[in-house]
Design a protein around this ligand. Structure first.
Ligand SMILES: Nc1ncnc2c1ncn2[C@@H]1O[C@H](COP(=O)(O)OP(=O)(O)OP(=O)(O)O)[C@@H](O)[C@H]1O
Ligand SMILES: [Mg+2]
Length: 353
């Protein structure tokens, strides 16, 4: 399987920090949680936007579990047509439906003694959700058209890029299954909320390019890194990965500079102070909230302008470093650690609150 070929390196022991790069506290905590939950049999529900690393996390849990020598079977519930998903997952008997010429094992049986990864579980049809719940509660699988159920021993890891609690509230997802799945919920935060990891991730993907035969010298200029840092990355880590690949191809010498950045990335460094429009006559103005919002925006703009250098941003806003750090925390601005912060001696409390 391509995925396994990419992550499993039989020679070197598996280390989660090699596949889940990041120094931001949320990623450090995430790695610790993976190591804690992996050896157990607990069902895990991973939630996160597209490209945040849900499959990486699921595979890491499997690899660190006692099931690691058994199959890891990913199933993308959104990619398989609804009417086929049941027989794909549960298998079918010969003649169970038109076109079922022979019997077939389902993916749940293929995953026996291993792990099944149910990706985009929110797309699973409502009726099938009840059948999955039976697997989780009783450990039995009944293929389509079969009169007997068979026992399976699978660990279930599910992932969703939509908020399943919301889907439950809308009646699109079964509440009982939701609670059964999220014995251990894992939430992966989007890249824009852990900006300080953008340089690390960029460097990680550059290093991969350097190590790829025939080998190549490649680095990124500070200005270009600032642009990458300022951008919101709606496609998260996958988008960074693809962008680094693309920039490396476009780059004619060995330094990626701003001149080859696409417009949306270049634009991200331009200050974007948007004034807050206030209507006093609607009777619902909360001055404290507005002031906090304006503070937050100005702080963000200042940080963008200085490439995440908080010392310089504080100077731009005419604030002392301690006041600036306190404001960062109060405004809930996600604090990016710039390349300079460690040199300037910012403590991790100041950086991350
Ligand atoms: N923290 C990380 N460190 C290194 N690589 C990462 C990290 N997070 C994600 N990746 C890489 O980014 C890409 C996307 O990750 P993955 O497929 O796990 O995301 P996903 O959340 O499953 O996305 P989708 O919702 O689109 O299925 C992969 O190539 C993965 O290796
Ligand atoms: Mg995925």
């Amino acid at each position: 399987m391509a995925f396994q070929a990419k992550f499993a390196e039989p020679e070197t022991p598996f280390a989660v920090e090699r596949v889940l790069v990041g120094a931001h506290p949320v990623i450090v905590k995430l790695r610790a949680l993976i190591e804690r939950v992996a050896p157990t049999e607990a069902t895990v529900l991973i939630t996160g936007e597209s490209g945040t690393g849900k499959e990486v996390v699921a595979h890491a849990i499997h690899t660190l579990s006692p099931r690691s020598h058994q199959p890891f079977v990913p199933v993308n519930c959104a990619a398989i047509p609804h009417d086929l998903l049941e027989s794909e997952m549960f298998g079918h008997e010969r003649g169970a439906f038109t076109g079922a010429a022979g019997s077939r094992l389902g993916l749940l049986t293929t995953a026996d003694r291993g792990t099944i990864f149910l990706d985009e579980i929110g797309a699973m049809p409502y009726g099938l959700q009840a059948k999955l719940l039976r697997v989780l509660e009783d450990g039995v699988v009944r293929p389509v058209g079969a009169d007997r159920a068979t026992r399976v021993n699978v660990r279930v890891i599910a992932a969703s890029n939509i908020d399943l609690a919301e889907a439950v509230a809308k009646g699109a997802f079964r509440e009982d299954l939701f609670y059964r799945l999220q014995v251990v919920p894992i939430v992966i935060v989007p890249v824009r909320d852990r900006r300080s990891d953008i340089p690390l991730l960029t460097e990680h993907f550059l290093e991969r390019i350097r190590n790829r035969p025939p080998g190549r010298e490649i680095a990124i200029s500070r200005e270009a890194m600032v642009a990458l840092w300022s951008y919101d990355w709606p496609g998260n880590v996958r988008e960074i990965e693809n962008m680094v690949e693309r920039l490396a191809i476009l780059c004619e010498d060995s330094i990626i500079d701003t001149s080859i950045l696409p417009e949306n990335l270049a634009a991200s460094t331009r200050p974007a102070t948007t004034p807050i429009a206030v209507k006093l006559n609607d009777g619902r103005v909360n001055l404290n909230d507005l002031v906090r919002e304006l503070e937050g925006r100005l702080i963000n703009d200042a940080l963008k302008q200085t490439g995440g250098n908080k010392q310089a941003a504080a100077r731009l806003l005419g604030l002392k470093r301690t006041t600036f750090a306190a404001k960062l925390r109060r405004c809930g601005v996600i604090v990016p650690a710039s390349l300079d912060d460690r040199e300037e001696g910012w403590t991790s409390k100041e950086l991350y609150g």
